[in-house]
Design a protein around this ligand. Structure first.
Ligand SMILES: Cc1cc2nc3c(=O)[nH]c(=O)nc-3n(C[C@H](O)[C@H](O)[C@H](O)COP(=O)(O)OP(=O)(O)OC[C@H]3O[C@@H](n4cnc5c(N)ncnc54)[C@H](O)[C@@H]3O)c2cc1C
Length: 456
């Protein structure tokens, strides 16, 4: 139980607002895009800056309260909201300053990708972020950050220069290659395990208009398109990022598409994309030049907030014809028109960083299976979750055990641990150093070796 006097003390020591059950803004503040998540924190503090974050961390530690941290709220596992305890909401921390001369940016953790891209593009600059504009920069970056620029510039976390972070003891530390380098290593890939990040500094790059879109095929062509994608993707240049996806359009029904984005010399785009655009008999070819910010919101209509979401994802060991057969079979029986399923292609610059250079280990697998089930109505949950699990189980022979943590639904300790791969033990050592009581555990948790028992 958190005492009333402690709550009053917290309220008077922060600049931001604090919401409790019964307050008019409480329900909106605890609601995140995934409608499967319906948790009720005892308190929600919407921080105004690092000082508020420090006050919240000290409060949670002293009150032995469960802590959750909300950046953009897009964790599919719903880790940003806790039941009981304190939800530390960073969504109002949206400061951003671009340094065009140095091509760097300092950004606060409440920014969405769309807000971040808009500010950096004002200077013709960008760095790798994800593909849906409402996602938060901080959860995405701390987990890795795969997006349309990764082939050329690596993952979002590969572009970090420094971070400010509040650790469990309430200190505000800077982590970079020269300041607290062990913490800098660990923050790049361990999600929110080591502290609360209050500022992120990134390297930016010149990014102009892009040539982007997709080629859409009837779903009956799934196996042929997958085979083409598997053979063609390894030949493409770093400037092109692609994914293959099954999705439904109201006028076309379910289609199987290869989507892509080419940035670089636009005169070369047609030549690079020619093998794709001349393959098979597509229903539609929607590749076209567009501003980078338009590309970054191209998929938004497929991911509105308020749907139930359940995700399964692992890297492919092998994307062979047999894997294609299984995908074809399950996609044909998909129970929801809102579900997205397919494979991202991971290549280029991100593969040139070694698995142990940062805490994020997955650099060697070119294809990542994604089954992103989405549906409306709680009454449809059972059949959609069952289909997702059966599909994933049938795919297991073609997948490695480990998965990309940012796409992990809540599947327990073992899968969380597996997502850190060979970096797990080094992360446990960092957890012992920076969060020995596991104050930050609403995440894909790395347990300190001797966690002091706390309330949950
Ligand atoms: C619609 C959709 C599209 C997506 N597309 C992509 C994509 O293209 N590429 C990709 O790589 N990923 C993608 N993702 C996955 C996304 O990267 C993760 O869900 C990520 O965790 C979202 O970050 P957030 O800040 O919005 O989420 P939150 O739920 O707010 O946070 C996620 C986790 O990070 C922690 N956290 C957040 N901010 C901080 C902070 N400042 N300090 C410490 N801990 C923090 C939270 O406590 C939580 O455990 C997508 C997710 C969704 C729902």
């Amino acid at each position: 139980m958190i005492s009333e006097s402690a709550v009053q003390h917290l309220k008077s020591s922060v600049r931001g607002q604090t919401f409790c059950p019964g307050d008019a803004a409480y329900d909106a503040a605890r609601t995140i895009p995934n409608a499967m998540v319906d948790r009720r924190p005892a308190l929600i503090t919407r921080c105004s800056g690092a000082a508020d974050v420090i006050a919240c961390v000290n409060f949670a530690r002293e009150q032995d309260a469960l802590v959750s941290v909300r950046g953009g709220g897009h964790s599919v596992a719903g880790k940003s909201v806790c039941d009981g305890g304190l939800m530390i909401d960073l969504s109002a921390m949206k400061g951003i300053r671009v340094n065009p001369a140095k091509k760097t940016v300092r950004a606060e953790p409440g920014l969405t990708l769309g807000e971040f891209d808009r500010e950096t593009q004002a200077f013709g600059l960008a760095t790798t972020m994800g593909t849906i504009s409402k996602t938060g920069i901080s959860g995405l970056t701390l987990g890795a950050g795969w997006g349309h620029l990764h082939g050329k510039y690596g993952l979002a976390l590969d572009n970090l220069i420094s971070l400010d972070v509040v650790t469990a003891d309430g200190r505000l530390l800077t982590a970079s290659a020269t300041d607290n380098p062990d913490l800098f290593w660990g923050l790049r890939g361990s999600g929110g395990n080591l502290g609360i990040v209050t500022s992120l500094e990134y390297q930016l790059h010149d990014v102009g208009p892009v040539f982007a879109g997709g080629v859409l095929y009837p779903s009956s062509f799934t196996k042929q398109v997958l085979r083409f994608f598997r053979d063609w993707a390894p030949t493409i240049p770093d400037e092109l990022v692609t994914q293959v996806v099954s999705l439904t359009f109201p006028d076309l029904g379910r289609v199987f598409a290869i989507a892509g984005a080419y940035h670089g010399d636009l005169k070369k785009a047609e030549e690079v994309l020619q093998p794709l655009r001349s393959f098979g008999k597509p229903l539609l070819d929607i590749f076209q030049p567009m501003p980078y910010v338009q590309l970054q919101s191209m998929f938004d209509p497929f991911f509105p907030p308020g749907r139930m979401v359940y995700v399964k994802s692992n890297f492919f060991k092998t994307l062979d014809a047999e894997a294609g057969e299984v995908m074809d079979e399950f996609l044909a029986t998909c129970p929801s028109p809102h579900t997205f399923a397919g494979s991202e292609h991971w290549h280029g610059e991100l593969t040139r960083v070694s698995a142990n250079d940062t805490a994020f280990p997955h650099r060697d697998y070119p294809f990542n299976l994604i089954i992103w089930s989405q549906w409306e109505g709680a009454e449809n949950s059972e059949k959609n979750i069952r289909w997702t699990r059966e599909f994933w189980n049938a795919m297991k022979p073609f997948l490695i055990e480990s998965s990309y943590g940012n796409y992990l639904s809540d599947e327990g300790e073992e899968s969380a641990r597996a997502s850190y791969g060979t970096n797990y033990d080094r992360l446990v050592a960092l957890k012992n150093k920076f969060d020995p009581t596991n104050l930050f555990r609403m995440n894909h948790n790395i347990k300190p070796a001797k966690a002091v028992q706390t309330v949950s």
